[in-house]
Design a protein around this ligand. Structure first.
Ligand code: FMN
Length: 212
């Protein structure tokens, strides 16, 4: 076994105190997101989306957060993909962010629903043409014969849609994840990290501190 037991880092960058956090977790998410995005070095909007599959296994993958507000968090994908099928059956999902430079993690549990057709349409057409063709060409999550099969499909679509608008595939669109709990984690020394979890109770958010 590779021995990683000496991989050890002490977290010293900040602290998270009840006196400093707002009533609304989305306000805190916004602050943290802006700080994570400030250096523009990584993709601060990359998040892990975990779903529970039809077979009961959880599955996690990275997707890009494309918007957030008090209603929740939005990402775009293929509704027929593995995650799309999982969400269809089990709309409860988990989103997580790890912002290493800030020694922060955010874990959101929530319920996913499809965004409106208009919203999916608008976002689809704002994407670069290559990404639109990619979405049309790719039967996301299905086994395919080869890379060549995909490349040939792209060439065929490029010529079929030459000079024309590419329609949004019906199976492609957004999900809005409406949060029911959001945990903010700030690394501290000696593994005594700060964790504050907001839990939705009716229409208000309750806060609690969790042991590290
Ligand atoms: C940085 C990064 C960003 C990604 N963004 C998206 C995205 O916004 N939407 C998406 O469907 N897949 C995105 N992917 C690909 C997914 O991780 C995943 O491979 C794909 O959605 C298929 O997942 P599934 O088979 O579990 O449905 C991204 C991957 C990475 C590494």
């Amino acid at each position: 076994m590779e021995d990683l037991s000496n991989y050890r880092k002490s977290y010293q960058r900040g602290q998270l105190l009840e006196s400093d956090v707002p009533e609304n977790p989305m306000a805190l998410f916004h602050d943290w997101f802006l700080q994570a995005d400030a250096d523009k070095k990584g993709e601060a909007n990359a998040m892990t989306v975990s779903t529970v599959g039809e077979d009961g296994f959880p599955l996690s993958r990275i997707v890009l957060l494309k918007g957030y507000d008090d209603a929740g968090f939005v990402f775009y994908t293929n509704y027929d993909s593995q995650k799309g099928r999982a969400i269809q059956k089990h709309p409860k999902v988990c989103l997580s962010f790890f912002w290493e430079a800030l020694e922060r993690q955010i874990i959101v549990r929530g319920v996913a629903e499809r965004t409106s057709l208009e919203q999916s349409e608008e976002y689809f057409h704002s994407r670069p043409r290559g990404s639109q063709l990619g979405a049309k060409a790719s039967p996301q999550s299905q086994a395919i014969a080869s890379r060549e099969w995909l490349d040939e499909k792209i060439v065929a679509l490029e010529s079929a849609f030459d000079g024309k608008e590419i329609p949004r595939p019906e199976h492609w669109g957004g999900y809005l994840v409406r949060p029911v709990s959001i945990e903010f984690w700030q690394g501290r020394a000696n593994r005594l990290h700060d964790r504050i979890r907001y839990v939705l109770s009716g229409i208000s958010w309750m806060k609690e501190r969790l042991a590290p």
